[in-house]
Design a protein around this ligand. Structure first.
Ligand code: TYM
Length: 348
């Protein structure tokens, strides 16, 4: 059995406002994994252009996501922070995976169906092939662990299927070239914590998302203290007090969501929050949640503003990260080409 060294990879799209869902479902987990793993965190700008992006705005958003990573506590010196388009291995490996993954697999992707909507004929080819680029992001580094929110689970399954099919189809060459019985690891999704699916503050049955037309549906990472407090105050709830156990949250999506958000912000569990606040009315719970959210999020917004005032620093971080990322990905891509039978000269 080929053993792969543990390595973490994850990505965030620079499209629209980063929100509490991105923060609690992904970025907080990215920060935590730094203590135990070698990590690569990527601003996936090539994924962003699968739907139309205003060019000037896209550049701003790439810097904004980078600033959010750093402001939230990712250390770009100890780990690698970069943007996808600066490391050409992602696009090259994605092409090879376009030839490994099957149409049928991609046809089943719910995110494509949601994003393409009824007018599938008019969706970009890139939007359809999006999951293959995502597989390439991860496997260009032979990453073993991928922290993501619940909504990325299906894409991660496809990445595993693609890695397994590559390992299987090329098994003979992989062994002959000395890579053992598997070239790629099967990357494991890390979908953990009380906020893997943060819901809209206006409708507890809908995911919190960048594309929701109502700004009151989400807390943006750039919201100031007043904005955060106001959105929590206006969040939809039901008239019942909080239960004292998670079972009591069943059928109460808005209550469940606010308890999950509280637990994630406080770094505890739903059980713990309900043990402490069971019986409380929302009129009492919401101000506590608002206070906690402001305490945790407002400093990040402040730090993001400070970092964004110095775009040269951000661009420096991305340039340095890209160089270090390429140093890992390029030799892996050269090996992939060798396995596939492409005559890849190892240029020096
Ligand atoms: P993206 O940019 O939509 O979201 C970034 C991360 O935030 C998580 N997330 C949420 N978590 C909890 N509740 C929510 N409401 C919520 N909304 C978003 C997402 O699950 C994600 O972890 N395809 C990916 C980006 C990507 C990627 C990768 C991820 C490209 N390549 C390789 C991992 C590995 C995406 O669109 O995420």
């Amino acid at each position: 059995m080929t053993i792969f060294a543990p390595r973490v990879f994850s990505g965030v799209q620079p499209t629209g406002n980063l929100h509490l869902g991105n923060y609690l479902g992904a970025i907080v987990r990215f920060v935590a994994l730094q203590d135990t793993h070698e990590c690569l965190y990527c601003v996936v700008d090539l994924h962003a252009i699968t739907v139309w992006q205003d060019p000037a705005e896209l550049k701003r958003q790439i810097r904004e996501v980078t600033a959010a990573f750093i402001a939230a506590g990712i250390d770009p010196k100890a780990h690698i922070v970069f943007n996808q388009s600066q490391v050409s291995a992602h696009a090259e490996l994605a092409w090879i995976f376009n030839c490994v993954a099957r149409m049928g697999w991609l046809n089943r992707m719910t995110q494509f169906k949601e994003k393409a909507g009824k007018d599938r004929e008019n969706a970009s080819v890139g939007l359809f092939a999006y999951p293959n680029l995502m597989s390439a992001d991860i496997l260009a580094y032979k990453a073993t662990h991928v922290p993501v929110g619940e909504d990325q689970k299906q894409h991660l399954e496809l990445a595993r299927d693609t890695a397994a099919k590559f390992n299987h189809d090329y098994a003979e060459t992989i062994a002959a070239l000395g890579h053992g019985d598997a070239f790629f690891p099967l990357p494991e999704p890390l979908i953990q914590g009380p906020a893997t699916r943060v819901m809209s503050l206006r409708d507890g049955t809908k995911k919190m998302s960048k594309s929701d037309p109502s700004d009151y549906s989400r807390i943006n990472l750039t919201d100031d203290a007043d904005g955060i407090a106001q959105k929590v105050r206006k969040a939809k709830t039901d008239p019942e007090p909080l239960p004292s156990e998670p079972k009591g949250l069943e059928g109460r999506p808005e209550a469940d969501n606010l308890v999950g958000i509280y637990a994630a912000l406080a770094g505890t569990s739903r059980d713990q929050v309900l043990a402490e606040h069971g019986g409380a009315q929302f009129s009492a719970f919401k101000p506590l949640l608002a206070e906690l959210a402001v305490e945790k999020l407002a400093p990040i917004a402040g730090e993001m503003r400070r970092l964004l005032a110095d775009p040269a620093y951000i661009d420096g971080v991305l340039g340095d990260g890209a160089e270090r990322a390429a140093a890992i990905a390029d030799p892996i891509l050269a090996d992939v080409k060798d396995v596939v039978g492409l005559l890849a000269s190892r240029r020096r």
